[in-house]
Design a protein around this ligand. Structure first.
Ligand SMILES: [Cu+2]
Length: 127
């Protein structure tokens, strides 16, 4: 009985949080966390990983990889298409990087020679 009431309260609280999120002009307080590439992590052919998932601004992508083999560079659309990181781009290279999604399309590439061209790139649309 008490347990049932507890979960009802949790549900009410969750709705409250969601309402709050909507009130703050889409700036989400509650965010989802995704490990890019699932168990395989951030590697070649991660390009298809976002397919079928619904991302929201504020969600966090966790990039897991060997820092000796890869890195992560957020780029713009041109950088994504050309596999070139614009000068001054921030480079993540810890092997366990958390990057928060902005509204719109977020582009990421690996800047190791040839990796992006081999499909180590990813475009993630966040609503
Ligand atoms: Cu790489």
């Amino acid at each position: 009985m008490a347990k049932g009431r507890g979960s009802a309260n949790s549900a009410t609280a969750l709705v409250g949080v969601m309402m709050l999120c909507l009130l703050i002009n889409g700036q989400l307080v509650e965010s989802a966390i995704y490990t890019v590439g699932g168990g395989g992590g951030w590697t070649f052919n991660t390009v298809g990983w976002p397919k079928g998932k619904s991302f929201r601004a504020g969600d966090v992508l966790v990039f897991k990889y060997s820092p000796a083999a890869h890195d992560v560079v957020p780029v713009n659309a041109a950088g994504y298409r050309s596999c070139n990181a614009p000068r001054g781009s921030k480079k993540f290279k810890s092997g366990n990087d958390r990057i928060r999604l902005r509204r719109g399309t977020n582009y990421f590439i690996c800047s190791f020679a040839g990796h992006c061209q081999a499909g180590m790139k990813m475009a993630v649309r966040a609503a």
